[in-house]
Design a protein around this ligand. Structure first.
Ligand code: PLP
Length: 445
């Protein structure tokens, strides 16, 4: 078993970085173990190496983007070829392959547009839905996340009878500087996994509502899966009230299979957004996909969608490579990834039980989360501060012993995960769990 890692060089380097970088981090949603961020110098397969020579098992995967694993040879070769052939041009001869692969695999992807970040394609989806329906408001759900823009991030509903969200500064998504009333003017926010709440709202105010926007599995709310029949009812209600259904597949896309959650769960939205792992994790690219009848608004130029780097060559080459690598042999790489991460989750559960810490793992393999409680969360609204605090204690203890997990307690696997990685986890987890249990007892008793 290992001792807690020495991070002396990291700390010194961080002091240098934070003199110029606000907070010493590139974003505000830094992980608990990133209070002093780890500065990495290399990566191979599922492992990362830091400035102090420490080795980590990377189940953080850059917020889920890194799905192929580090230094994946075929992927890097494909990117290198693309860079040598045409580094920067508006359209390339990689475009058709990337588009057709998405069109073939993703049920709603009759047409596809590329952009760079998940946040921006979500805004493009809202604009399309508004243009298509002639209505202004969108419905989103408690504890879902769709990017960091003013109109869509965080907030809280003071009165569920009138589910208009207002700014809330008590969590990670509360921010100063938000445009006044932007959330209240544009959206409704409902509890998720509650189709009756959606039906009531659509019956009363459907005429104002352009679209319903949901993560098909609520990963941001703790990897909560849709209750049986829930998404089917949401689909049926959207159709009945003439509302565009948007799946935010920025996390679920690729991780639940190349057809996304929509294919895995058998419910087809009108529009869907992809990002993160879409291009394998090495370069940023996002996509807005959807039914031809709606996407045609872009063709007719009634709706504007622009961006300097839209469809950039390295990005589309990376999309093509990712679909080719993961699609081979009936998605064998994803199947292998799931088997190994489930083995890791079993070890985590067993070690927690051994030290007497209540802990469950929930959500599809590859995007599951662990939670320090006896039973799975049934709704994202149950994912409260108390629970997050306990989960963070476990996350931090794992990091101190060389295992990185993402966004509080998500275990993002990658396709390079090996049996040796499972063994690495089995070696590191016991001591981390003992420490975590001790700390949780101290803090919460
Ligand atoms: N949608 C979901 C479900 C996400 O989890 C995220 C980011 O974590 C986004 C959208 C925003 O994507 P990006 O960070 O690429 O802007």
């Amino acid at each position: 078993m290992t001792a807690t890692l020495d991070t002396t060089s990291n700390r010194a380097y961080h002091d240098r970085v934070k003199k110029v970088l606000p907070g010493g981090v590139h974003y505000n949603f830094n992980m608990p173990w990133e209070e002093v961020p780890i500065h990495f110098t290399g990566g191979r397969g599922s492992r990362l190496f830091d400035m102090d020579g420490n080795e980590y098992l990377d189940l953080y995967a850059r917020f889920g983007a890194m799905i192929l694993g580090h230094s994946h040879e075929e992927y890097i070769e494909a990117l290198g070829t693309a860079m040598r052939d045409v580094l920067c041009a508006s359209h390339t001869d990689f475009d058709a392959d990337a588009l057709e692969l998405m069109n073939r695999h993703i049920p709603c992807a009759e047409m596809v547009r590329f952009a760079v970040s998940g946040s921006e394609v979500l805004q493009a989806a809202l604009r399309l839905a508004r243009a298509y329906t002639g209505r202004n408001r969108f419905v989103r759900f408690e504890n879902h996340y769709h990017g960091s823009y003013d109109n869509i991030m965080g907030g809280r509903v003071p009165d569920r009878a009138d589910p208009v969200p207002v700014d809330f500064r008590g969590d990670l998504k509360g921010t100063a500087g938000r445009a006044t009333d932007i959330m209240a003017d544009q959206s409704f926010m409902l509890p998720w996994n509650d189709a009756d709440a959606l039906e009531t709202l659509l019956a009363e105010r459907g005429e104002e509502i352009a679209c319903v926007l949901t993560e098909p599995v609520c990963v941001n709310g703790g990897s909560v899966e849709p209750a049986p029949g829930y998404l089917e009812r949401v689909r049926e209600l959207c159709t009945r009230y003439g509302v565009v259904l948007i799946f935010d597949e920025v996390i679920t896309g690729m991780r639940m299979g190349l057809g996304g959650a929509q294919k895995a769960l058998g419910v087809t939205p009108d529009l869907a957004t992809f990002g993160k792992a879409l291009a394998g994790g090495g370069v940023p690219i996002a996509a807005l996909t959807g039914k031809r009848s709606i996407m045609e608004l872009l063709e007719s130029k009634r709706v504007v969608h622009a961006g300097t780097f839209n469809g950039y060559s390295l990005g589309t080459a990376a999309v093509r490579a990712t679909f080719e690598i993961l699609g081979r042999d009936d998605e064998a790489a994803l199947t292998g990834m799931r088997g190994r991460v489930v083995a890791i989750q079993e070890i985590l559960r067993a070690e927690a039980e051994r030290v007497g810490l209540p802990l469950i793992v929930q959500g599809p393999a590859g995007l599951a989360s662990f939670h320090c409680r006896e039973t799975p969360l049934e709704a994202p609204s149950q994912y409260d501060f108390d629970l997050m605090g306990k989960d963070i204690v476990v996350t931090s203890a794992l990091a101190r012993h060389g295992v990185l997990v993402s966004s509080i307690s998500r275990m993002y696997a990658n396709a390079s995960l090996s049996d040796a990685d499972v063994e690495f986890f089995a070696d590191r987890a016991p001591k981390a769990l003992v420490e975590a249990k001790h700390q949780i007892d101290e803090i919460y008793s």
